[in-house]
Design a protein around this ligand. Sequence first.
Ligand SMILES: C[S@@+](CC[C@H](N)C(=O)[O-])C[C@H]1O[C@@H](n2cnc3c(N)ncnc32)[C@H](O)[C@@H]1O
Length: 274
Amino acid sequence: MRDAPSNTDIELRLLMEAIYLRYSYDFRDYAGASQKRRVLHALGQLECPTISELQARVLHDPEMFHRLLQYLTIPVSEMFRDPSFFLALRQQVVPRLATYASIKVWIAGCSTGEEVYSLAILLREEGLLDRALIYATDINPESLDKARQGIFPLESIRGHTKNYQKAGGKRAFSDYYTAAYNAAVFDKSLRENITFADHSLATDSVFSETQLVLCRNVLIYFNKQLQNRALGLFHESLSHRGILGLGSKESIDFSAYANHFDVLDRPERLFRKK
Ligand SMILES: C[S@@+](CC[C@H](N)C(=O)[O-])C[C@H]1O[C@@H](n2cnc3c(N)ncnc32)[C@H](O)[C@@H]1O
């Protein structure tokens, strides 16, 4: 007989089922250990003694669900996060993108938008932003709102500036924003070619053909099955020889799509559709 799951594991599964049935957000195929950690952390913050009680509150109160969503989705990001990734984009991907008359990019799991503005800045410096269309998607509506606004805390700018320089930035980073009170307001023209939209890698389908897909620090939260689903969407969306950038923490090596891509840059996990 196999070991019975613990009460916490049972409650966790029921909570995810309840969220799916009630709100159509599908967290059922997220990696168990990190999901458990986040829910247990949320219990303390939301003052719920047990996951079952949290489930009851979430079912009866949409506001409670939205508060829990902030814990389930990990809305953390940085501009030019992992600068070597952006340097590789600049050196190895930009020359390939430059051969297209128009470029469509999909940034999946864009969170609060730092990665999106970083790419827009990079494409502008390389003379490609005018002919690019960037779809930036996420499941967290609060994160998407922040991303649309393009306003980031001033205290984070020093770190972003360092990353920008390490990523091969060509100008002064301060050229791209205006400081107001405690915030850096990014130049509106950067987002003229960006569409922010709600899209779930767990439940939605492909919406456009793209030449570049970036999805970093998202697949680590999924189990194998959901990782394969997401990689399937990226493969379907990419045009012939289109490029997939996963960043150093993730891979396609043990996925159903390992043989569908060539490696462009191993450390940065840049792949090219076969
Ligand atoms: C840690 S952030 C990564 C942000 C950014 N890509 C980066 O690397 O800085 C993970 C993001 O994935 C989003 N996410 C989680 N599940 C998702 C899903 N099923 N579909 C789309 N986005 C999802 C979360 O809302 C969160 O904004």
